[in-house]
Design a binder for this molecule. Sequence first.
Ligand code: URA
Length: 422
Amino acid sequence: FDAVEIIATKRDGAALSPAQIAWVVDAYTRGVVADEQMSALAMAILLRGMDRAEISAWTTAMIDSGRRLDFSGLPRPAVDKHSTGGVGDKITLPLAPLVAACGLSVPQLSGRGLGHTGGTLDKLEAIPGWRAQLSNAEIEAQLREVGAVVCAPGDDLAPADRKLYALRDATGTVESIPLIASSIMSKKIAEGACGLVLDVKTGSGAFMKDLERSRELAETMVALGADAGLPTTAVLTDMDQPLGRTAGNALEVRESLEVLAGGGPSDVVELTVALAREMLELGGGGEADPAEALADGRAMDLWRRMIAAQGGDPEAALPTARHVEEVRATAPGAVTFEAYQVGVTAWRLGAGRARKEDAVQAAAGVELLVGPGEQVSAGQPIAALHTDTPERIPRAQEAFEAAVTVHATVDEARGVGPGSRI
Ligand code: URA
């Protein structure tokens, strides 16, 4: 095969054969196809699209670039959840121990934040001592002994995707349904779980801003799961407003602990319980009641064991920011917060990174002091901005001002609710 011929085929709008796809993905992983050639091909795919057979072949080629994990020998079925990412999406933190407390194994290979969205591993690293990097043997041992593990994927899990995702990030080729669907599903299929629940976000804080494209992404991923023999369901959920009241690493751990203690914001609790029910249905644990496991402390016990198994101290105080700046309402009315700008605010405060190698501040982020649609008076504190570096405050304030809308009436403030199962 020839890389230029493959690029030209896609550029002119024709479909690639499974053999062409297998060759180009493998040759790129080995460095035989150059970055500039793969960039051109990714752009051609973004502009021309791919049919289902091509997406399926592309996904298989990415899985075959590395090793597949196998959790079929575990005493309890392994079921996984993946969110396409958003602002304040800390759901994995309470969900993994909750589902394990209800009797399933939960291997949750997670990522780091880039840009305005947070990453689960960055959040958990706010806990003193907690370690993200585990060997495959350690993952399996923890699943047997504790039931849940949240950690970084090993270098041998879909290495083609790691290389391609970094390239797409630098070449404006992230926002392609075939490329996103194959990127996510190659990792999830290689992970070897026996069921997968996808939380596909739609709205300003999500990758996919409009509902139709989000639905298409969800359907594409569900079909890829079916092709690979991985039972997959998807829920479409709202990301026009942030999830819960916090965006930022230690702040989100704190909010997750509130949920595990039986409290916390209702949107976080509802989504956690709804996704737990989906996972239990897929894994054959349908009789367990996740709401009860949250209320009676079983999920919290499992969280403590899960954190301790990875070197974390579940009793240690979480880091707090050296500087906290309050934001007050400028007018009376019902306030709403736009997810994307809240994410940018947290990022500018130091919670996120601009480049992969940047460090994040554990304590930085946004804490909303009122719920979405809540009535406030002029001058009432509505948010607190947390950072260790106060020189970041003015630019963060600018983003936060863009996030806030004060509506004349509570009715006007009512946003899109969480979406439905597809
Ligand atoms: N998350 C992924 O893992 N891959 C994408 O392409 C987009 C989001």
